[in-house]
Design a protein around this ligand. Structure first.
Ligand code: DLZ
Length: 158
């Protein structure tokens, strides 16, 4: 059976940070915005369920997933932001665009995370088909936005 990130509710609350005063930036790609909207909602709900305040969650959109890196940097460089969550969907097509975008985002947001010493989580759904993306945005494989937010909370709990 495939392993995946646990839902935050499966962790002992004592092992997780109090995030009621933490500030979160979420960067959302506009490509496949019906799906990224669901992923973003999953991330927001997860933060709120864990105690974040609505007014401490800042959502910004970028044109496509390739722009997630710079969008993440704009947020991470703000001192008051504690963690950034990147949300996007890249679906394979006839060309290798998906490879270039996915690798660039993975490397780019890793760099931002290291540079600003803050969690920057990878909520990029990279699939071969639209159906596989839908399965990961509230479908049979859960919601990767939830997992990305959970990863940010866990990293704030280090
Ligand atoms: C150009 C492009 C293509 C073909 N596919 C996607 C995709 O599946 N998902 C996504 O988020 N963005 C895509 N883009 C747009 C690029 O991410 C980027 O916005 C443009 O290349 C402009 O820099």
């Amino acid at each position: 059976m495939a392993t995946s990130l646990k839902n935050l509710s499966e962790y002992n609350k004592e092992n997780l940070a109090d995030i009621s005063e933490k500030m979160f930036g979420i960067v959302v790609s506009e490509w496949h915005d019906d799906i990224t909207g669901t992923l973003c909602q999953g991330a927001v709900d997860t933060l709120l369920e864990h105690g974040a305040r609505k007014e401490n969650i800042f959502i910004n959109t970028v044109p496509g997933s390739f722009e997630l890196t710079l969008g993440a940097q704009f947020l991470a460089q703000q001192e008051e932001i504690d963690a950034v969550i990147c949300i996007g969907v890249v679906i394979k097509g006839d060309t290798k665009h998906d490879d270039y975008i996915n690798h660039a985002v993975a490397q780019g947001i890793t760099h931002v995370s290291m540079k600003y010493n803050k969690p920057v989580s990878f909520g990029l759904v990279t699939t071969n088909t639209l159906e596989q993306a839908l399965d990961r945005a509230g479908g049979k494989h859960g919601n990767k936005g939830v997992e990305a937010a959970a990863a940010a909370v866990r990293m704030l709990s280090f």
